[in-house]
Design a protein around this ligand. Structure first.
Ligand SMILES: [Zn+2]
Length: 116
């Protein structure tokens, strides 16, 4: 697959959608595909494609949770709307903070950090 061409074609689809462009702020241009960003430093078509590729084998182990995460990811117009599944081995210095009626709370350092 020609990656550059593919990015171009998915972003062209986005720019032809009038509802996506009406009344939206100018977030500048995507550095990856040179199309208008959909959010602050966020290009929706690029990130949808990127996560399709990067997380295709990543699973929470629960089909409903995976579908929920995927649904959020494909609809996120900016980083604030985005969620990712993080497997336990991506954390270090995991520490129990507290437990109560709804579960146990841990804190940890996410080695790689969130996507940008
Ligand atoms: Zn882009």
């Amino acid at each position: 697959m020609n990656n550059q061409q593919d990015k171009q074609s998915i972003c062209n689809e986005n720019s032809q959608s009038s509802s996506d462009n009406e009344g939206t702020k100018d977030f500048g241009t995507c550095v990856k595909c040179q199309q208008p960003n959909t959010g602050h430093k966020w290009c929706k078509p690029y990130n949808v494609k990127r996560f399709e590729y990067e997380q295709k084998d990543l699973t929470s182990g629960d089909k409903d949770v995976d579908e929920f995460i995927r649904e959020i990811q494909v609809n996120a117009n900016e980083s604030k709307e985005f969620i990712e599944y993080i497997s336990y081995d991506k954390f270090k210095e995991v520490e129990k903070v507290a437990d109560g009626g709804f579960g146990i709370v841990f804190k940890a350092i996410w080695k790689e950090g969130y996507i940008e």
